[in-house]
Design a protein around this ligand. Structure first.
Ligand code: AMP
Length: 399
């Protein structure tokens, strides 16, 4: 999956960026919004050695990639580079939540960001890119959930409407939601414990969009239709992060749309760069979770192997590991994927280990110094005798 992500990043003209795995906690706090779960409860704090100046420093393992990327963008003057800037990253993220199925304390995200493009064309392009990723790793039935949460012009009116709606029924909200109602009422919609009837009656952000946000959203929908991409409008998709504007998107396998099942998500964050001290620039990005994509692919029985078949080099006597190494090196020189058995064990044990490592072929060396070997197809059991030098041409020809 990571190979697919890297390949697509390059095919879509993104440049690689790698930010540090830990940074100042206030960067993440400003980037994520103080009221988000990621800041309130899930930050993995890092400190210096006991007694050092940094002992009390406020560092944290990165919970998400965008804040670090924007920090680097500002700090290294990337705004003078030709705009828009297209960046990608693949790496571990950390959140100190209770681990459960599909929710880990360390997980991997493939992240893409475009800075300096107001959309909506690029919004559609990124959603198409995500669909292509899921298709290329063999996942079927992925659907984008879509919403627009407006911008600084129209969001205040929507927030007021949410406060007016939720306040009279505050006692029926979870303690978290009651607290957030004052700080960030959009996040009440995000609460997995929110009563479904209450949620269904809540004001919808799409009804509050200003003309510019409405035109942006309509433009995006039109492009998605033209690209034949499936999406569903999800009024509760407000994202936990405060800096999002307009487009919000999440990806699910249709029918598996619970809280723990979002395969990836993201959206537009036209306000973040200014919040972090840069010159304002529109931007959009998303993070696709590799772990959950693996789980979903396994559930569907999707085969995700872009790798060439593996060859196991074994020998009829246990103690010929030196010859196994020499033969494996020769086959590797020819570009084959090879594992050589290094242990002193019987031929049958060597073959068993090869099969467990998912080898497709075994090359069995004989007793003597002769170059004659047996090439065995481990799926069918068919075998033939040939010279080691011929193995390469036989396997490269796909025979
Ligand atoms: P978020 O930044 O919360 O929108 O996360 C983006 C994607 O990263 C999600 O859709 C998941 O696929 C993945 N993800 C987020 N948190 C976790 C976690 N704790 N464990 C595994 N995957 C996660």
């Amino acid at each position: 999956m990571e190979a697919v992500a890297r390949d697509l990043s390059s095919r879509y003209g993104f440049e690689r960026i790698d930010t540090p795995i830990f940074e100042r906690i206030d960067l993440f706090a400003r980037g994520l919004g103080e009221s988000s779960d990621a800041v309130e409860k899930e930050m993995f704090r890092v400190s210096g050695a006991k007694g050092s100046e940094e002992e009390r420093s406020e560092w944290a393992l990165r919970p998400e990639p965008t804040a670090g990327i924007v920090r680097a963008y500002i700090e290294h003057g990337m705004q003078v580079r030709p705009s828009p800037l297209r960046l990608w990253m693949l790496g571990p993220m950390f959140r100190y939540a209770r681990p459960q199925a599909g929710r880990y304390r360390q997980f991997t995200q493939w992240d893409v960001e475009v800075i300096g493009d107001p959309g909506p064309m690029v919004d559609a392009e990124l959603i198409e890119l995500a669909h292509r990723f899921y298709a290329e790793v063999g996942l079927r039935g992925v659907v984008a959930h879509l919403n627009s949460i407006g911008d600084a012009v129209c969001r205040p009116g929507y927030r007021d409407a949410l406060v007016a709606y939720f306040t009279p029924m505050a006692s029926r909200l979870s303690p978290d939601s009651q607290r957030r109602l004052a700080v960030n009422p959009l996040r009440v919609l995000d609460d997995k414990d929110l009563d479904l009837e209450i949620a269904a009656g809540a004001p919808k952000s799409l009804d509050f969009l200003c003309d510019a946000c409405r035109a942006h959203f309509d433009g995006l929908r039109e492009l998605l239709d033209r690209l034949d991409l499936r999406y569903a409008i999800n009024h509760r998709l407000v994202r936990g992060l405060d800096y999002y504007t307009r487009t919000t998107v999440e990806f699910y396998v249709a029918g598996r749309e619970g809280q723990q099942d979002a395969l990836g998500g993201g959206g537009r964050y036209d306000g973040l760069i200014e919040v972090l001290g840069g010159r304002p620039a529109p931007a959009i990005g998303f993070g696709l979770g590799i772990d959950r994509t693996v789980i979903a692919a396994q559930e569907q029985g999707a085969a995700v192997s872009a790798e060439a078949p593996l060859v196991a080099v074994v020998s009829s006597t246990p103690d010929a590991s030196d010859r196994r190494l020499v033969a494996a090196t020769e086959l590797r020189d020819g570009g084959l994927r090879v594992r050589a058995d290094g242990l002193r064990r019987s031929l049958s044990k060597q073959l068993e280990a090869g099969a467990k490592a998912q080898a497709r072929w075994a090359v069995i060396l004989g007793d003597g110094p002769s170059d004659r070997v047996i090439l065995r197809d481990l799926d069918s059991g068919d075998q033939r005798e040939l010279n080691l030098s011929e193995v390469l041409s036989v396997l490269s020809a796909g025979q």
